[in-house]
Design a protein around this ligand. Sequence first.
Ligand SMILES: [Zn+2]
Length: 334
Amino acid sequence: MSELLPWQQTQWQLLQASRAQNRLPHALLLTGPQGLGKEIFARLFAQSLLCESPDNNTLPCGECRYCQLYQAGNHPDISLVMPLEGKKAISVDQIRQLGQFVILKSQYSGYKVVIISPAETMNINASNSLLKTLEEPSAETLLLLVTHQPAQLPATIRSRCQEIRFGSADAVAGREWLVQQLPNNADIDLLLAQADNAPLKALQLAQEGALEQRQTLLADLEQLSTRKFDPVTLAARCNKVGLILSLNSLYSWTVDMIRLKSTGQQAPHTANPDLHDRLLKLANQVSLTGLFQLQDRIRQALQEHERNLNPALIMESVLIQWQNTFCAKNRKIA
Ligand SMILES: [Zn+2]
């Protein structure tokens, strides 16, 4: 995908104006929720800096020798830094190699661009190493750091970057774009609701078959509540589907149950309108306190996953708490 996404116009024009005035900073921090295409934007902006003849809107032409080199992944003046295959973190070695790239002159006498994504995955040594590069910027080198969790980056790095913020996508533009990507999909609005209105996240959910999987998962959880199913078997099934996908569904349902329960059935903004009746039925079986405790446990599980704890154990412990929350002998109608 190498297009300017329709909800990114403001950020694009801002940066192109800085560029036209030769006022681009040495480092940009692209922040905002996941699923808005920040990395796609960073790549397109990089290509526009390398392109020989960008069009009127400053979009890369896609045809010049530099665009062709870029598209083939062979342009020597761009460096993409991301976690290596099978790794979760960007290592200090990767950032040290960047130090070399930054001091060398551009091969084509233009810009050199570095994209670090997701920037929050740099470990502490990698961050320290990057700081040296940021403290001694070299001319015509632009660093683009992409992150949805800027608070996880050291303040010393954040303060040396200009932040470009991507807020939520324009709802109409985001929906239109998703309809173009999924012309035969009848669940556009549900996908967007599930994805917090982030269009690329919604597209990914559709490609993963997330809506179908969550129907099955909820049916299994209803069985779990009546003890017709056991947490260990279900945990294995969840991990097959994907731990994050399963935990995110559980989290989203718990939040909706809290909303349904605390607003007396009239919850205007639930993320799962299609499951309203089933979630309300579950919510009515338990106390609000139980639901809040469950929400905390799922949030904690998502953090445990980031710390690389055993996925099977994480899922089992969440499901055991789910079962205990909903099982008949613990029910408290509040
Ligand atoms: Zn070009």
